[in-house]
Write a protein that binds this ligand. Structure first.
Ligand code: PAF
Length: 287
């Protein structure tokens, strides 16, 4: 029978708790903003496999919201999250308040360079700086051996990998594959805000990514032409708007003009007033 995880809200309490557990073996860490779903469960199962202790943080980080309305509407489901953590064998849930994480306004912060210039960066000013800053704080607080992030947030993952390199953080970052619903929609805490109609309309994003990926595999090297194949899949109306559909280098996240090797096809779509993102890797097929 799994034990309920220790629910810890203070940084000092977490440090005390972990000090006693570090001798047992590696610490695996899954940072989240709560509203946990199967995608998070996959990260947690990954962490459970290779580590003696698994810590999940649940913190809706105000620093990474560019729209106050989004912050206010972000689902907060601590009780259900803790229950899921229990079934997954999590040892510690770290759920600090904003006052615990930011007792006073920060004077310092992480600046994200050109990894933040494209994809979600232009439409979400300050978002990735906020993510990188809170992840740096969380990694300092938890001091895990490994930290787990989803590949669905490819830009976030690339930025965190670079954060760890640039600041010599002693942690291994593990990227975990995107988990999809049966119809292909990438799992996200935001999906629960979609109406049934919006949920159906949101599938246009998967179709757009799939069509672009297919064009690349079939030998379309010109990025404009490959993207056009995807754009055709989205019939914009009041319910749906494609914010971007880009083909980028997977490491630098810079757009490519000609696809000559592995790339990342990434998109953002508004459905029902909810912003959804997704991505797929692609490589030119043998021709
Ligand atoms: O991916 C998320 O849920 C958040 O951006 C993260 C990494 C927990 C930082 O707040």
């Amino acid at each position: 029978m799994p034990h309920p995880p220790a629910l810890v809200a203070s940084i000092s309490g977490l440090r005390e708790h972990l000090a006693a557990r570090r001798t047992l073996g590696p610490v695996g860490f899954v940072p989240t903003m709560g509203a946990l779903h199967e995608g998070h469960a996959t990260l947690i199962r990954g962490a459970r496999k290779g580590n003696a202790t698994v810590v999940v943080s649940i913190f809706v980080n105000p620093l990474q919201f560019d729209r106050q309305e989004d912050l206010a509407r972000y689902p907060r489901t601590l009780e259900a999250d803790a229950a899921l953590c229990e079934t997954l064998g999590v040892d510690v849930v770290f759920a600090p308040t904003a006052a615990e994480m930011y007792p006073e306004p920060l004077m310092m912060g992480v600046t994200v360079g050109r990894l933040g210039d494209h994809l979600c960066g232009p439409s979400r000013p300050g978002h990735f700086a906020g993510v990188a800053t809170v992840v740096l704080k969380l990694l300092q607080i938890v001091q895990p051996d490994r930290a787990y992030f989803g590949e669905k947030d490819a830009q976030q993952l690339a930025i965190i990998r670079r954060l760890v390199t640039d600041f010599n953080l002693p942690v291994t970052i593990v990227g975990m594959p995107t988990i999809r619903e049966a119809d292909g929609l990438a799992m996200s805490s935001r999906n629960r805000r979609l109406s049934p109609e919006g949920r159906r309309a949101a599938l246009a994003l998967v179709r757009a990514l799939t069509a672009t990926t297919r064009a690349i595999v079939e030998g379309v090297a010109d990025a404009v032409a490959a993207r056009a194949a995807g754009q055709r899949e989205v019939r914009e109306d009041d319910a749906v708007r494609l914010e971007y559909l880009e083909i980028v280098d997977p490491a630098t996240l810079q757009p490519v003009d000609q696809v000559r090797g592995p790339v990342l096809v990434a998109g953002a779509l508004w459905a029902d007033g909810v912003r959804l993102i997704d991505n797929m890797p692609a490589s030119p097929g043998p021709h």
